[in-house]
Design a protein around this ligand. Structure first.
Ligand code: RUQ
Ligand code: CUA
Length: 654
């Protein structure tokens, strides 16, 4: 044990030394050639060719960039409260962050994936996983708003998520940490054989995108790290990398690195779907939140679901196989044809590629090397397509350009390596600054990638930007991959830690982008659809203000009769019906964020006045030449006062 520890530490120190010397010896090219500058230059007023959606990591959000410029357009709030947009602060979106653990206003968002039709990106929705309190979110790409979040029960560290099958039948989520299923009070040391890992297949309604957990496959207690769907010939299968097949529960850096090979789990979900459609599996008691935002009411609701269908893989023979894969593989990537499955073995000298065809043949011929908890293990040699020999150190992720090339990131040697599918030869390598994690080619997780650019997402930036104290920005780098050699074009900073990203041509999204919400479609229960509908209503200690905004006033803008100890709900409808004219509103002393209300939308914030006086509110979004005049007052009387409730606009309250 001591020796194992020593040798592991020795290995680690070599790796660390390698990383730092690699950093120190980076070519200090500084200025790129002017042709690189031209390639990323998008002239003022022009649009980028691609959207890139880059995960916000521990910011919990998803940010939207343009490529090739690297310009940031928006941060879409997903799992974390966002005061800029009132997400998770206003009454309408608070239910989006409800979970079985209560209101959870933060998460760690990792892997966005865009919906597909016939194996091609269709630009309708983008899904992303919350790692920490397991959740999958759906963002509508016509509004760029999070419209649904489903909690994933029986899971922990929701990491092999959220990847979409080629007709968006499912968005798939796999647990990184195995746990007792169902959860119970038991000694941690009894992990082995008792903890389990859930792989969740969440169906997507083809029309509205509504998510529903179709089934959870309850697997042995390994760590399910990443996954990708089969496509083309392998459509109907899903592949998951595993590590910790040792089933250790402590000092994982050593104890989970013992086995020479872990597994890629190959799951025939079509087969399990059929089994489930015929009544297979069992309903298990559960408790998980399903939160849905309704565009008509501009409001979210949260429903607690009380059961989930679980499937024991042993009950569906022929549905799950293990492919031995060296060593503690991280990324699990499938090429555009669906034939090759790349296991990015973090601790392996070589990169392993499995063949789907060979896997099927091995299954057909019943060539099994053994089993793990009853799940057949195929022979490594029987499923191996080939290896890329010593391509770099610490492979993490692979993407494809659709022209027969693969691109793999190497964390430790800090580079992207281009190699050829089928011949396995390395054809190019480019350094990353520094410690690259994921990479993304637009359409990379589909049958049709747009192999023009690759974005590398780096963990460390050190000297690449102006210093900003101890915390320096995370960063992405853009490479031109249209030629034989990759060419570094651009560095750009990212929000939070960028993990995976998804991208597609702007033309898939731009024409469908919503410009405003129609007032006549507004079904918010507290909407005021005209100034004539505005009012203030008292119900005990609760006061509802039905307010409107239009350039450049609030209606009403004078309110009296509010008392200390009241709960005052401001329901504010933006009457504008023009593109890009939001209004904001904020109230002195409110324990929440401003509202930022889009044209045609209604939003609500709560204000609990604690002090007697006359208190102003104002518009926070510079909306017109008279924006500074967009203000109002609320008179707050003592709790026992009998100031009558009154409201007005453009007249003195007498
Ligand atoms: S994982 S590199 Cu979620 Cu690779 Cu981030
Ligand atoms: Cu409305 Cu500023």
């Amino acid at each position: 044990m001591k020796n194992i520890l020593k040798s592991t530490l020795a290995l680690l120190s070599v790796l660390v030394a390698f990383t730092s010397c690699n950093n120190a010896s980076k070519s200090n090219s500084g200025a790129l050639s002017s042709s690189a500058a031209e390639k990323v230059y998008v002239a003022p007023g022009e649009h980028d060719e691609f959207y890139a959606f880059i995960s916000g990591g521990f910011s919990g959000q998803l940010s939207v960039y343009g490529l090739p410029s690297g310009r940031l357009f928006k941060v879409i709030p997903v799992f974390s409260q966002d005061a800029e947009k009132a997400y998770g602060y206003n009454e309408e979106t608070k239910p989006m962050l409800n979970t079985s653990h209560g209101f959870v206003p933060w998460d760690d968002s990792h892997h966005p994936d865009i919906s597909q039709t016939n194996g091609e990106i269709d630009g309708r929705w983008i899904f992303i996983n919350g790692n920490n309190t397991p959740r999958i979110a759906k963002i509508d790409l016509s509004t760029f708003e999070t419209t649904e979040i489903i909690e994933v029960p029986n899971s922990a560290g929701n990491h092999s998520s959220s990847f979409v099958t080629e007709n968006s039948e499912y968005v798939v989520a796999g647990t990184r940490f195995s746990i007792p299923i169902p959860q119970k009070d038991m000694p941690i040391k009894d992990y082995k054989g008792n903890f389990k890992g859930a792989l969740s297949f969440i169906s997507i309604d083809p029309e509205h995108g509504h998510m529903d957990i179709k089934f959870q496959l309850i697997m042995p207690g390994f760590d399910y790290d990443l996954s990708h769907p089969g496509r083309g010939k392998s459509h109907g299968w899903f592949f998951f990398t595993t590590y910790n097949t040792e089933e250790a529960s402590t000092l994982m850096e050593v104890n989970a690195s013992q086995n020479d090979k872990d597994f890629i789990a190959a799951v025939n979900w079509k087969k399990i779907e059929e089994y489930v459609n015929n009544g297979g599996g069992t309903m298990m008691p559960a408790n998980y939140a399903h939160n849905v935002y309704d565009e008509a009411t501009h409001s979210a609701t949260s429903t607690m679901k009380k059961e989930v269908r679980v499937v024991n893989p042993l009950d569906v023979p022929g549905a799950v196989y293990f492919l031995p894969t060296p060593k503690s593989p991280h990324g699990c990537d499938v090429d555009p044809t669906g034939e090759y499955i790349v296991g990015n073995g973090k601790l392996s000298a070589n990169l392993t590629v499995h063949s789907f065809t060979k896997m099927l043949a091995a299954i057909e011929n019943n060539k099994v090397a053994g089993d793990a908890y009853g799940i057949p293990i195929l022979n490594f040699e029987d499923v191996l397509a080939g290896v890329v020999e010593q391509p770099g150190l610490g492979p993490l992720h692979t993407e494809f350009d659709g022209k027969g090339n693969a691109y793999t990131t190497f964390f430790i040697s800090s580079e992207v390596v281009k190699w050829k599918l089928g011949t396995w030869e390395v054809v190019d390598r480019q350094p990353c600054y520094y410690s690259v994690g994921h990479l993304m080619i637009p359409g990379g997780n589909s049958q049709k990638p747009w192999g023009k650019y690759v974005v590398a997402m780096n963990k460390i930036t050190k000297d690449r930007y102006l210093p900003t104290g101890p915390e320096v920005t995370q960063s992405a780098q853009l490479y031109d991959i249209s030629g034989e050699k990759m060419e570094l074009l651009l560095d750009f900073p990212t929000i939070g830690e960028p993990h995976y990203a998804a991208g597609c041509p702007a033309d898939l999204i731009k024409p469908r982008s919503k410009k405003l919400f129609k007032l006549e479609d507004n079904k918010h229960p507290y909407a005021a659809l005209s100034e004539a509908d505005t009012k203030v209503v008292r119900d005990g200690k609760t006061v509802h203000v039905y307010m409107t905004t239009i350039r450049s006033h609030f209606a009403p803008d004078n309110i009296e009769g509010v008392k200390v100890g009241d709960k005052v709900y401001f329901h504010v409808t933006n009457l504008e019906q023009d593109y890009d004219v939001p209004h904001g509103v904020s109230m002195i002393g409110a324990n929440t964020s401003e509202l930022l209300i889009m044209p045609g939308q209604t939003e609500t914030f709560l204000w609990e006045p604690k002090q007697v006086g006359v208190w102003p509110f104002y518009c926070t979004d510079f909306c017109s030449a008279l924006h500074q005049e967009m203000q109002g007052y609320v008179r707050v009387s003592p709790a026992n006062a009998n100031t009558p409730l009154k409201w007005s606009l453009g007249e003195d309250i007498e």
